[in-house]
Design a protein. Structure first.
Length: 320
């Protein structure tokens, strides 16, 4: 089968398409034929070995894809050959024609959801869910600011929060992004490139502030978030790309919490709960992943450039 391989850490050019042996499923493993592969920012951090977190070389990147079960190993009863599935986590890597997965990471893909959309589920939606509900304890009737609502995680968060009965304010940096955020269910949208845009958030909440902030770029926004948080508000740091200085007194004054999160730290029980909720939401149409761009698997290096460019809107998906 064809797969993308990384044999040295570095820029997008280290992603090379190669012929590799097709894996065989062992006990409690599933082999999936991929029809769409999700490209996430984290795939670029691992490729360039940011924070020394790169996988052992050589490796096939990617954790997210959707397709059809090709074969199952001993003891697998949850899925069978021919089933439509998406997965979150792969033993052999997702940037490939076929991927070997632990059965616990393979989930049913409802018939109303395309394979490209299925590839956009795992990291973005599971992150949004964990940040919003498990870490941020967002509740119906509360207000959430999705700070960076036009990307993969942001769109998931807008749909999840709206379905839960929260008031949703999103931000985006382009007209197209702001239209997209409204179409996905936000009640209000503001421009995170406009001077004083958070004054508008205070106005929209009658001066009270927001109960939850889901923060995609904490190094730019954390100090500003502390200025628009309501009493007992929660700021969940999902994305961060540098250093930031904050006045901690603002957190003190509001009994506010700043909470970090990484999807990687979810327990197996939390992941099972998250995916049960996501499969249900996909099936009933409240969750509708937005695919921004589809590229052939061979253009993986281009996909890594695209995922780090501003204003790409929606998910970048590789098609094997
Ligand atoms: P993405 O699809 O590339 O989206 C990036 C988002 O950030 C866009 O909505 C973009 O808006 C927005 N943005 C740009 N400038 C901003 C600013 N000044 N203030 C607020 N938002 C701004 O990425 P993603 O997949 O949604 O991931 C978002 C971040 O979360 C990334 O840094 C990623 O590494 C991180 N992440 C963390 C976890 C975790 O477990 N902690 C999991 C998944 C992702 P415009 O393009 O409209 O300007």
């Amino acid at each position: 089968m064809k797969a993308i391989r990384v044999s040295e850490y570095g820029g997008p050019a280290v992603l090379k398409i190669q012929e590799v042996p097709t894996p065989e499923p062992g006990s409690n493993q599933v082999l999936v034929r991929n029809h769409g592969v999700g490209v996430n920012p984290v795939d670029t951090y691992l490729r360039s070995n940011t924070d020394n977190r790169g996988p052992k070389l050589p490796y096939t990147p990617g954790s997210d894809a959707a397709g059809v079960v090709e074969a199952v190993g001993q003891g697998v009863t949850a899925v069978k050959a021919g089933d439509r599935v998406y997965f979150g986590g792969s033993i052999s890597g997702a940037y490939a024609e076929l991927s070997l997965c632990d059965v616990a990471h393979v989930h049913a893909l409802p018939g109303n959801v395309s394979f490209a959309q299925g590839a956009a589920v795992n990291v973005p939606y599971a992150t949004a869910y964990h940040a919003l509900f498990n870490r941020g304890h967002g509740e119906a009737g509360e207000t959430v600011l999705v700070h960076g609502a036009s990307g993969g995680v942001g769109i998931g968060a807008v749909q999840l929060a709206r379905a839960r009965g929260m008031t949703v304010i999103g931000t985006a940096g382009t007209d197209r992004g702001r239209r997209l955020v409204m179409e996905q269910g936000a009640h209000h949208v503001v421009d995170h490139t406009a001077p004083g845009y958070l004054d508008e958030v205070m106005r929209l909440t009658g001066g009270r502030g927001v109960d939850v902030v889901l923060e995609m770029l904490a190094n730019v926004n954390l100090q500003k978030d502390l200025g628009i948080i309501a009493m007992r508000g929660r700021i969940v740091v999902i994305g961060n790309r540098g250093m930031v200085e904050v006045n901690a007194r603002l957190a003190m004054n509001k009994d506010a919490a700043i909470l970090g999160m990484a999807l990687f730290h979810c327990s197996p029980g939390q992941l099972a709960g998250i995916h049960a909720a996501l499969v249900e939401g996909l099936g009933n149409g409240t969750l509708r992943p937005v695919v921004g761009q589809e590229l052939p698997l061979a253009q993986a290096s281009r996909s890594h450039e695209a995922v780090m460019e501003a204003g790409h809107h929606g998910k970048i998906v590789l098609v094997p």
